[in-house]
Write a protein that binds this ligand. Structure first.
Ligand code: G3H
Length: 487
């Protein structure tokens, strides 16, 4: 509610994935502490958001578009002052490289500025009158109410803001729950929210999601659930709402995107793009390429090239120059990845690159695994880590069958230089996933393009333009189209 609340309750310690020398030997560095709010405080924050919305009569939902834009511009101005601090915290907290942490911050600023421009466009359209069958109408965009925004650790700033910012600028009030990792990175910006927006408009929650989110959903006062994470959590959260028909859900969820490399591919291009797609931020992206299908007759050549390129990636600390592989923030991840690799090896696959899967503290060296088949965990699990499982295929029916059988449907990347073959491959996939990439990696951006998915991968669409629509409703002011009313 626009207040910095002094905290003497329970706190949680935040540890970096980066190890440092301590009296007890090398340990994850303690980088800060965060409050763990109780359900009671969580509900107080909800009350603040509900009061600020005030059934659509509050200062924020009734503010003019120009007024809301001015507040957002002030926020961006204040946010930019915190750039270095936020980038440094991203590196320490989630182990993201300096290049990627900088990109995450700058991309978020561009996203906010693009959102402001998109709202100006939308407002121009909404100011027009339309006429049909003797009815004259102005079709406006109105807010929906209280938005609960939650996102994952891999883009702790950017992904939460891809829902929070459009929801906010459309006149909704916000509750946002800090991600599991990457919490401190938000701290420098909280003061900016407080300075730029009316009290109660943006409310922040720190704590254990399982405890503090359930009461919010059960209250029935959350109008929009904006969640980026696992479909299992999304389904259980939605079920808690007493009136599901009054809840809008904007969700970006599970994926396990496939790459398909045919014998007609330029293998250098395929390797370069698959490296980016599979191993950027150590494979911790929902858009990552998580299964590579390669036509059997070129499989050995392709796998050798891929393994060589993966072996050359520079591991190191987030601030090291040219670093591509960095420590993983989830403490249990190295053991889980090892179990996936052991399972594949026990069932007949090999780790092709020499140091693949080697673990040093929180760092796991990327592994190319071949040949992978549908009996292995790596064929089915998203694994969200630096492993590239390669599956040989004889007929294109095989990757198509994989996608048909999958519970998700986000993206696919096709590598082939034969235009007729590409055209033939697009057709089956375009109705199974939400984006088909040709000779390039899978990714969310550019952020002006729609980002969604099929099956368990998404509900609703995000993008600079789509998000403004997702967090608002079209409402009409209508009258008879007489000459007098046209005035
Ligand atoms: O984790 C999922 C992100 O939306 C991926 O975004 O493709 O820009 O890395 P990206």
């Amino acid at each position: 509610n626009g207040q910095l609340v002094p905290w003497d309750g329970e706190v949680a310690e935040v540890y970096s994935p980066v190890y440092v020398p301590t009296e007890q030997g090398l340990k994850r560095k303690l980088v800060g502490t965060i409050p763990q709010v109780s359900p009671k405080e969580s509900l107080e924050a909800l009350d603040a958001a509900v009061a600020a919305y005030a059934d659509g009569q509050g200062e924020w939902p009734t503010m003019s578009v120009e007024g809301r834009i001015a507040c957002m511009q002030k926020f961006v101005y204040l946010m930019i002052q915190k750039r270095d601090q936020v980038i440094k915290l991203l590196m320490w907290e989630i182990g993201k490289s300096v290049a990627d942490s900088t990109k995450e911050f700058d991309r978020t600023v561009v996203y906010i500025n693009d959102t402001i421009d998109a709202l100006k466009d939308l407002d121009r359209q909404s100011s027009r009158f339309e006429q049909a069958e003797g009815v004259l109408a102005q079709i406006r965009r109105s807010p929906l109410g209280v938005v609960l925004s939650m996102g994952p650790f891999n883009y702790p700033l950017n992904e939460i803001f891809t829902t929070l910012i459009p929801a906010l600028i459309m006149g909704n009030t916000i509750l946002f729950k800090m991600p599991k990792h990457g919490v401190l990175a938000h701290y420098p910006l909280l003061e900016a929210f407080r300075e730029a927006f009316p009290a109660g408009t943006v409310n922040t929650l720190y704590g254990r999601g399982a405890e503090i989110i359930s009461p919010l959903m059960e209250s029935g006062k959350v109008n929009v659930l904006a969640f980026i994470g696992s479909s299992k959590v999304a389904v259980s959260l939605k079920k808690l709402h007493p009136k599901p028909n009054r809840l809008r859900a904007i969700l970006s969820l599970d994926a396990k995107n496939a790459a398909i490399v045919t014998r007609n591919a330029d293998l250098d291009v395929a390797v370069e793009e698959i490296l980016l797609g599979a191993l950027s931020f150590n494979g911790q992206r929902c858009t990552a390429l998580k299964l590579v299908f390669v036509e059997r007759q070129i499989a050995d050549v392709f796998v050798a090239k891929l393994a060589e390129a993966v072996g050359a990636l520079v591991p190191g600390l987030p601030w090291d120059k040219g670093v591509r592989i960095t420590p993983l923030p989830e403490p249990d991840k190295p053991d889980y990845l090892k179990a996936c690799l052991d399972d594949a090896v026990a069932k007949g696959a090999k780790i092709v690159n020499g140091n693949g899967g080697y673990t040093n503290q929180s760092m796991v060296f990327p592994a190319v695994v071949f040949p992978v088949n549908d009996q292995m965990k790596l064929y089915h699990e998203e694994q969200f880590g630096p492993i590239v499982p390669v599956v040989p295929f004889d007929s294109i029916e095989e990757p198509v069958r994989y996608q048909i059988g999958a519970s998700h449907g986000m993206q696919v990347s096709i590598f082939s230089n034969d235009a007729a073959e590409v055209a033939q491959l697009i057709d089956p996939f375009v109705n199974l996933v939400s984006r088909v990439n040709i000779n390039c990696q899978a990714q969310r951006g550019p952020d002006v393009f729609p980002f969604t998915g099929r099956k368990d991968s998404a509900e609703g669409t995000l993008s600079v333009f789509d998000a403004l629509r997702s967090f608002s409703i079209r409402s009409l002011v209508a009258t008879k189209s007489t000459e007098a009313n046209k005035q």
